[in-house]
Ligand binder design. Structure first.
Ligand code: SF4
Ligand code: SF4
Length: 326
């Protein structure tokens, strides 16, 4: 019997999610035994025209990592959606926008100005910037459009399942592949990870007091947490109360408060506001003045509370006065 075919594709990502597949180590042999890999640009050269020749349904599953910011990425994911019955948003960038999504805290113009004009290592006297079309030596050249903002995958195509994490742990990937092969997937739209918060599975949970009185927020950049005591109780913003479990508590074991890569807890509408609500009840402030002083110690609120989820949040992006088209 022919093996099912799967596709891996990447959009705006660092390549770390592709590493997860490689990190399956000898388990990758089991995957290769069970499926044929029809598309994997990180390892093998494929072009869009190769995918255009697929019959709809010929490739059973597309695992797509990375957020979407270029018109070219949009073209690829639309085509994969058209061809594959199952599309899985693979990793936090595809799931929620991820780290590339923090670019939504600024504008396209600022990004281009920094990259092409302000950087100390750039020499650009003609003030050249990327354009979607230009002519060089009589040849018409085309570049993808750099969109005004970063989008999670489900903002541009229909997504069947989400595999969270930055990157998704190999155990979750192996479980998902197994569930696909056995036809044992949960309802469409599910996040393929436990239905509980990270705090519930955290080994430091027993050291988390019922009530906290945070006087000042601390940062791992300027101090080192005690390894055996709940980080939140020490004043570090640990995103555990607002984050879905399933990562294997990787950061906690590395003496690092959770940054929230697994996305919001089940049912939470917005990760940042959920965490802000938790912090609001934990801070020690008895007046507007002390509350303001405490809030002032929370460095980079967007980068802390929405580190992986800004494009999928209620905020989505920084407001700008004049709304642009794509
Ligand atoms: S706040 Fe962080 S350290 Fe404390 S129990 Fe939750 S996940 Fe663990
Ligand atoms: S502890 Fe938090 S940031 Fe670290 S891997 Fe788990 S979910 Fe991601």
């Amino acid at each position: 019997m022919a093996k099912p075919k799967v596709a891996f594709y990447w959009c705006a990502s660092c390549g770390g999610c592709e590493e997860t597949v490689v990190d399956l180590a000898e388990d990758i042999l089991k995957v290769v035994e069970a499926v044929d890999i029809a598309l994997w640009p990180v390892a093998l050269d494929f072009k869009l025209k190769d995918v255009e020749t697929w019959q709809p349904g010929e490739v059973a599953v597309a695992f797509i990592n990375g957020a979407v910011r270029l018109s070219e990425q949009h073209e690829w994911v639309r085509l994969l959606r058209e061809k594959c019955p199952l599309v899985i948003a693979f990793g936090s960038c595809a799931h929620l926008g991820g780290i590339p999504g923090l670019a939504n805290d600024t504008t396209r113009e600022e990004i281009l100005a920094n990259k092409y004009h302000r950087s100390l290592t750039v020499d650009n006297p003609n003030r050249v910037e990327p354009r979607t079309a230009c002519t060089v030596n009589g040849y018409e050249l085309e570049l993808p459009l750099f969109w005004k903002d970063v989008k999670p995958l489900d903002a541009v195509i229909d997504v069947d399942y989400y595999l969270p994490g930055c990157p998704p742990p190999t155990a979750l990937v192996a479980q998902a592949v197994d569930a696909i092969l056995k036809g044992a997937l949960p309802p469409k739209g599910s996040v393929l990870a436990p239905e509980k918060s990270l705090c519930e599975s955290c080994p430091l949970n027993e050291t988390k007091p019922e009530t906290l009185a945070i006087k000042e927020f601390k940062r791992v950049a300027t101090s080192t947490p005690e390894p055996d005591r709940c980080y939140l109780a020490q004043g570090y913003v640990c995103m555990g109360p607002a984050t879905r479990s399933g990562c294997g508590e990787r950061c906690i074991h590395g003496n690092m408060p959770c940054r929230g890569c697994f996305g919001p807890t089940p049912g939470a509408l917005d990760m940042g506001t959920k965490m802000l609500g938790a912090l609001g009840t934990l801070g020690e402030a008895d007046s507007d003045g002390t509350a303001m002083a405490l809030a002032g110690t929370l460095a980079d609120p967007i980068g802390t509370l929405y580190r992986f989820s800004l494009p999928a949040s209620l905020l989505k992006r920084r407001c700008i006065e004049k709304e642009e088209a794509l």
